[in-house]
Design a protein around this ligand. Structure first.
Ligand code: FAQ
Length: 311
């Protein structure tokens, strides 16, 4: 490590500036970014599965077109994020190998099943809603390529959140059975959604260092609180209740209090033992294996062109 470079890096971070791909950076900063950006990319790609499950069963042509566009957007987010990670000197093959072999994490939330059409609305409202809350501050994170990728991603996520809420509003104006379906989906997704923000600040391994480096601008607990405060009001408009008897406005704090999170459930899912972990990973490995011929054909095509160009 070079002290002069380190001082320049620290000064840039302290001034709230951006670190670019070709700038010197501490090895641990590079490693942290590769970890977070690649896990984020994997989440986007694995995140296509729960909603992809409903594309063929969308109730109308309009809803099908919206869902198709949303799932494709998630695929695009994965690709921008893999590209951002690659600027840190790691190859896409290495990153995908880490996912497929179970070494890399992806967001806990995508290991839960989408059982009814209402789940599609709730995933948009709560899961994309939580994703935006966490990602808006990342548009200002200290690593330039990641920050810039997040700007477009956030715009698209905001459309995703609204399409989910709109779907739910429509269902809530429908039959009793449809309203019950929405409430049931909220009951199943609420707690996993608030777990998405990660462990409490005091139990978070990386928070202190990532905040120091300007990767994390708002803490896990503060983002979770902002999310709870915003969604409880949206739930009132929708006419659903959250499955938490301790959820209550706290006048003194100016925030909603909420019940204790079941961290055993969270870590069980993160460690690969949730309801959907095995199937999600198997689906990604199968997609990768089934796509081998496409990669081989593309490489062969590129080789032929290179040979022709160098003649
Ligand atoms: N799931 O020390 P911290 C989406 C791990 S949105 C699994 O607090 P950090 C959009 C963490 O990796 C979802 N693991 O960690 C979409 C670490 O383990 P490690 C993706 C989790 O990094 C919507 C350990 O726990 N969004 O995809 C989770 O400082 C709908 C200790 O935790 C992002 O990835 C979790 N929920 O803070 C797509 C955003 N939480 O790595 C389709 C970028 C924590 O040492 C459909 N990431 N862990 O083995 C971040 O902002 C951060 O990485 C946090 C975690 C906030 C997630």
């Amino acid at each position: 490590e070079n002290p002069a470079y380190q001082a320049e890096f620290d000064a840039k971070i302290d001034a709230g500036g951006y670190i670019e791909a070709k700038d010197w950076m501490p090895e641990s900063y590079r490693k942290t970014l590769v970890r977070q950006i690649s896990q984020h990319a994997h989440s986007e790609i694995v995140g296509m599965l729960p909603e992809g499950n409903w594309i063929t069963r969308a109730p109308t042509l309009k809803r099908k077109a919206i869902l198709l566009a949303k799932v494709q957007d998630e695929g695009g987010h994965g690709l921008y994020l893999y590209a951002a990670a690659e600027t840190l000197g790691v190859s896409r093959d290495e990153l995908l190998d880490a996912l497929h072999s179970g070494r890399a994490k992806y967001s806990s939330i995508f290991n839960y099943p989408t059982l009814t059409w209402a789940d599609i609305g709730v995933v948009g409202w709560l899961v994309d809603g939580a994703a935006i809350m966490n990602q808006i501050p990342l548009c200002k994170c200290s690593y330039g390529p990641y920050a810039r990728a997040m700007v477009r991603i956030c715009k698209e996520e905001s459309f995703h959140q609204r399409q989910g809420y709109d779907l739910l509003l429509t269902m809530m104006k429908g039959t009793e059975e449809q309203r019950d379906m929405v409430q049931d989906a909220v009951n199943r997704w609420w707690w996993p959604s608030i777990m998405m923000f990660g462990p409490h600040d005091k139990d978070s391994t990386h928070s202190a260092q990532s905040s120091r480096w300007g990767i994390k601008r708002i803490s896990n607990d503060d983002l979770r609180q902002k999310f709870v405060d915003a969604t409880v009001e949206q739930a009132k408009v929708l006419g659903v209740t959250m499955p938490d008897p301790e959820l209550k406005w706290n006048e003194a704090r100016g925030h909603y209090d909420f019940g204790a999170i079941d961290w055993d459930e969270f870590w069980n899912v993160v460690d690969g033992h949730g309801q959907g972990n095995v199937d999600r990973l198997a689906a990604r490995v199968k997609a990768w294996d089934d796509g081998a011929w496409v990669r081989e054909a593309a490489l062969e095509y590129a080789r032929k062109h290179d040979a022709r160009d160098s003649r």
